[in-house]
Ligand binder design. Structure first.
Ligand code: ADP
Length: 357
């Protein structure tokens, strides 16, 4: 069992920088939580407060109901995997993995069993006698995970574990972490700035900006119903397109197009009659065949789909950029025109930036 309760956590560093504001989260036993957001938003600080590597300025932290707000890191029964692996270069893989258990003076036979079992899970059985420098980046990261696994901690904490790996290894290692989570059924907290990692790994995502939690939810919830403009622009790749529009009757008038509202959308937006709001459209929710005129800048074939970057053409001279992810293989040339329609729209209040629900 390992559930974690983060209650109203604040972090103010000695230089008076407040890195985290009122962070609240109930992590269920066995849950995979990903903290995601741009660099400097307070993800690592939050993780380090949970690990006991940073003091908690205000708030409470409970592990299985027990208050560990001020408990030293070593008494928290958590293992952290760092971005830079933090392996000992003079020790073999085996010794690196056995290190924390040796320190604790566990029975060498038990240590041996645990190291072999972890090596088996991670596919490192043939590498145990090597030194870290003889390994690839992906293998080193697995040793770092092995070191956490042998301790059989209540909670695994990951701080950007994949950012030193190249794109191909990142994908493979990501899948290994997912398998590891399934096999171990452990509670995991994982920090990344990469929205793809968040969407692919998390049971629930915590999206942060400037020290504040913006939204907590399943990957689908954050993708499908982002709470505000920040989450809408951060989750999803390529990012959502945004247009300033004004509601006039049953249409949204942009500088470049008029979007006819469905009855349901009109009802949703009834308080915005005559007012400005922000219309958001994901590139993958744009299809050919409508009456919105896009002048193509560039055409990028991805195989199953094509990214078309262009400019909206409209009734006045202003222009606006748009990215469309169109199904199939397209061959538009720069300057071509393509007519599109929006198959799904998101609406945001211009002042509060919150989604209109
Ligand atoms: P992230 O992990 O999202 O990149 P961090 O938690 O590392 O963000 O940092 C959040 C904020 O706290 C940043 O503004 C950063 O400069 C500041 N910060 C981080 N560590 C310290 C520290 N030891 N002393 C002072 N400020 C810090």
């Amino acid at each position: 069992m390992a559930n974690i309760s983060l209650q109203h956590l604040d972090k103010i560093y000695d230089n008076k920088v407040q890195a985290v504001f009122d962070f609240n989260l109930e992590v269920k036993d066995g849950e995979f939580i990903v903290l995601v957001g741009p660099s400097g938003c307070g993800k690592s600080t939050t993780l380090r407060m949970v690990a006991g590597l940073e003091d908690i300025s205000a708030g409470k932290l409970l592990l299985d109901g027990k208050d560990i707000t001020s408990a030293p890191a070593k008494d928290r029964d958590m293992a952290m995997v760092f971005q830079n692996y933090a392996l000992y270069g003079h020790m073999t893989v085996y010794e690196n993995m056995a290190f924390s258990l040796t320190l604790r003076k566990e029975d060498p036979n038990v240590i041996h069993k645990k190291v072999l079992a972890a090596a088996e899970i991670l596919g490192l059985t043939d590498q145990l006698n090597k030194k870290p420098k003889q390994l690839s980046g992906g293998q080193r990261q697995r040793v770092a995970m092995g070191r956490a696994i042998v301790r059989n901690p209540k909670v695994f904490l990951f701080d950007e574990p994949l950012s030193n790996l190249d794109a191909k290894l990142r994908g493979a290692t990501r899948r290994e972490i997912l398998l590891l989570h399934k096999r171990m059924n452990a509670t995991m907290l994982y920090v990344t700035h990469d929205q793809t990692e968040a969407l692919t790994l998390a049971d629930r995502i915590v999206c942060m900006s400037m020290g504040h939690v913006q939204q907590v939810g399943t990957p689908l919830e954050l993708y499908d119903t982002p709470a505000n403009l920040f989450v809408a622009s951060f989750i999803g790749l390529p990012p959502m397109n945004f247009f300033n529009v004004r509601m006039e009757g049953d249409q949204l008038e942009g500088s470049f197009f008029a979007y006819k509202l469905t009855a349901e959308q009109k009802e949703l937006l009834k308080d915005y009659q005559g007012r400005e709001l922000v219309l958001g459209v994901r590139p993958e929710d744009i299809e050919t065949g409508g009456d919105i005129d896009v002048q193509v800048f560039s055409n990028e074939n991805l195989g199953m789909s094509t990214l078309v970057h262009g400019r909206l053409m409209g009734r006045n001279t202003q222009d606006a950029q748009i990215t469309c992810k169109l199904r199939g293989w397209c061959d538009y040339k720069s300057g071509d025109h393509v007519n599109v329609k929006f198959s799904k729209c998101h609406f945001f209040d211009k002042e509060t930036t919150n989604a209109i629900r």
